[in-house]
Design a protein around this ligand. Sequence first.
Ligand SMILES: [Zn+2]
Length: 468
Amino acid sequence: MAHRAGMTLALPFLMFAAAYSNAQGPALTDGAASHHAWLDAYREPAARLIGEAVSSTFAWQRLALLTDTIGNRLSGSAALDRAIEWAVDEMKRDGLENVHAERVMVPRWVRGAESAEIVEPARHAIAMLGLGDSVGTGADGVQGDVVVVHSFEELDAKGPALRGRIVCFNAAYTNYGDTVRFRSTGPSRAARYGAIAVLVRSIGPNGLRTPHTGALQYAADAPKIPAAAIASEDADRIQRMTDRGSRVVVRLRMEAHAEPDAPSANVIGEIRGREKPDEIVVVSGHLDSWDVGAGATDDGGGCVVTWEALRLMKKLNLRPRRTVRVVLWTNEENGGRGGVAYRDQHRAELSRHVLMLESDSGVFRPLGFAFSGSDSTREAVRAIATLLSGLGADQISPGGGGADITPSVQEAHLPAMSLDVDGSKYFLIHHTAADTIDKIDPIEMAKCAAAVAVMAYVVADLPGRLGE
Ligand SMILES: [Zn+2]
């Protein structure tokens, strides 16, 4: 199974792998790094890890298996339970140590059937996805006149005119950070003025009529009203109708509802350290996903490439001084309970975490890592990254972190890292039905795995703790 889909890639793969196995190690491009004599000991293992990673499509095949045979994995779903069991079994098969699942109770939101349509001035189906954690509409649905706004200022200016209306937030997508607030807080802001439902232009660049889901956050002091993302084309149509002065009426039906919290788990596997097993380097991704698409980029890919770091070490019989631990988090998307549970369950050993890494920005062409930590740890990380110059993955940028590692990182003031990749495609497919394996290139994914493996191995093996 592992070879069939890789056949068409065989030639470029062989050439790529040969380039690595023939080299002494990736060439240094940074003169400053030559001061780090300790780095020389890591050129050979780094070259082996890279060579092993890029000479097969293993990571991509594993992700394809997960996403094709289990599919998307919303918290509390049977599919996520199956993925957790599968990951435990596969980690054991890989020969990882201390493989287990750590129980976490997670919220369970169920989308149910849903639809939206423009009923006036003419009937048009709307491509929509209910927002995660939204309430439903009741069996009869919600119907009302639409008021379009483009900012919270405009919403506030319309104020009382929104009573009994459906508010459509139609702000142009600029970037995720600037526009996600319409999805997260827009519903409660509109509800405070008496709106009966909210439609949000999808938070993502214009695609091909593809709505993007994602969580909303209801405020405690506002009525909970149903809210859905709509495709940019549908938002544009509503805008055109409104601009013409037409009365626009939309009907929304959503069965969305919350069910009682359900048992779930973080999955853990390790390569135990040969000298300081109690000191830990964590690499991680989140195994849960939204309930559309297959959760390939968000974040099955992050799970597999960080897990690969350990599989590659095991395969090459590389056992670093410290323990390398992979954590596949549960419930990143709609609760963050996995990251909080880890902090609480591992509180006694948090201070012995040397570094925590999360990969949750896709597994496209790797650029390097984002890092947050002291100057001395940054200096060491920069030097290690020079081992990845042959992959083009040697950049260290500021702002490393991740939603699931944040609780532990903040509690114990730990160095935090995230895999940095070419981000040009990420938000096009983010939280959509298009988040499938075909968007991911096996060679780019193998390079991501190689980069994480080298970084994790060297940090875990340094004679002194990172930055000391
Ligand atoms: Zn994610």
